[in-house]
Design a protein around this ligand. Structure first.
Ligand SMILES: Cc1ncc(COP(=O)(O)O)c(C=O)c1O
Length: 380
């Protein structure tokens, strides 16, 4: 019997379910947050809410009421001065020449990579890149080479296979989203001149948290001038949504002309951009929250002992449970104890690398961290 298109879809869902891989939506309200990316708790910070409302009110009083819809792509009807204002402030904050706003980090990464890495060039990617960078890679025309995670020896071996004249790209994340470890940015910059490569750094998990005023890890390390493009996302430490690509003025103009998610999509609303502007001013002064997060990371790390625990020095912590079924059972028990944690199953991570991904935030309480560690250890 012929199968309808819908039958094909439901077969795939059934397979996922029987493999224990079915995704579904869950309301985590009321649970203790150990899975969001709201590292500084800004999504619900009442002072920031007040600042955002105040900024909108002030504009309205000056007769510049902000629209709640952009009405089109910025290249058609969606552009207005508030975008320039935000992008300029963002570039200054991150010590970049220019910044371009995208609706999300996903859009920024897909738009950036697919546009810049061209035919006749080679793009070298860390094995653990986020799906948004991988989707950009899929769309770009450059030759793709994957190097072992954070393995400079493997990367050099691949770089050596191409003539110096061939333009090359290296793509990394400042902090990797599943393991919480950092890319060796200083060493990568050392390779730049020897091999004629440009470096792209996704700072999704370091933006707002590292560097003066939360300007990111590249700035903290004094590398911002050496990096071709940085992506800072606003859905994590900023507690909002959206992302900027930062780099040269030429890069910005190039992306306005060639980055398809920028060109062919409705821009973020002026109200949204105003909330980002207020958040930018706010996050710069949040050293206390940044320090609190670092204290929580140290506290957590000093209390999780044993091979099942990762050794991350960042807000992203890991508890390894081999096999999807055992992992799901462990996550369920932690959830039943009131903790919002998520299992990261195969194939999102390699077989044997299944883990509970725990994200710490500035408001994480010591007693909750201890109980979570105890609960997971008891279920191991
Ligand atoms: C490393 C990394 N890059 C990009 C993104 C995508 O950012 P956004 O959620 O703003 O689309 C994520 C989100 O999880 C991420 O972890």
């Amino acid at each position: 019997m012929e199968k309808s298109a819908l039958n094909h879809l439901s077969d795939q869902l059934n397979t996922r379910e029987s493999d224990g891989l079915l995704r579904s939506l869950q309301d985590l309200a009321g649970m203790i947050d150990f899975c969001s990316n709201d590292y500084l708790g800004l999504s619900q910070n009442s002072d920031l809410t007040h600042a955002i409302e105040q900024a909108a009110r002030l504009r309205a009083e000056k007769g510049q009421a902000l629209a709640h819809g952009a009405t089109g792509s910025r290249l058609i009807s969606g552009h207005s001065p508030i975008f320039d204002e935000f992008e300029q402030a963002c570039a200054e904050m991150h010590r970049a020449e220019a910044a371009l706003l995208f609706a999300s980090g996903y859009d920024a990464n897909v738009g950036l990579i697919s546009a810049v890495a061209q035919e006749g060039q080679v793009i070298f990617c860390d094995k653990l890149l986020h799906a948004s960078l991988i989707d950009g890679l899929r769309l770009c025309k450059a030759e793709k080479r994957i190097f072992k995670h954070n393995d400079l020896g493997d990367l050099v071996q691949l770089l050596e296979q191409y003539p110096k004249e061939t333009p090359k790209w290296i793509v990394v994340e400042s902090i990797y989203s599943m393991d919480g470890d950092m890319a060796p940015l200083v060493e990568l910059v050392d390779l730049k001149n020897t091999y004629n490569t440009e470096i792209i750094v996704d700072e999704a998990h370091s933006g707002g948290l590292y560097g003066p005023g939360g300007s990111g890890l590249c700035v903290e390390l004094g590398l911002e001038k050496e990096i071709f493009a940085r992506v800072i996302t606003f859905g994590k430490a900023w507690g909002n949504a959206g992302a900027v690509v930062m780099g040269s003025k030429i890069l910005k103009d190039y992306l306005i002309n060639f980055a398809r998610p920028f060109i062919y999509s409705t821009a973020p609303s002026p109200q949204h951009v105003s909330s980002l502007l207020a958040t930018l001013a706010f996050i710069k002064s949040q050293d206390t929250l940044r320090q609190k997060l670092q204290t929580n990371i140290q506290f957590f790390q000093s209390h999780c002992h044993g091979d099942a625990w990762g050794k991350s020095q960042t807000a992203i912590q890991t508890f390894f449970v081999s096999g999807n079924q055992a992992l799901r059972a462990s996550a369920k028990k932690a959830q039943a104890a009131g903790f919002a944690v998520k299992p990261i199953v195969y194939p999102t991570v390699a077989k044997g690398q299944e883990r509970i991904r725990i994200t710490l935030n500035a408001a994480s309480q010591e007693k909750d961290m201890l109980t979570l560690i105890q609960t997971l250890n008891d279920n191991a």
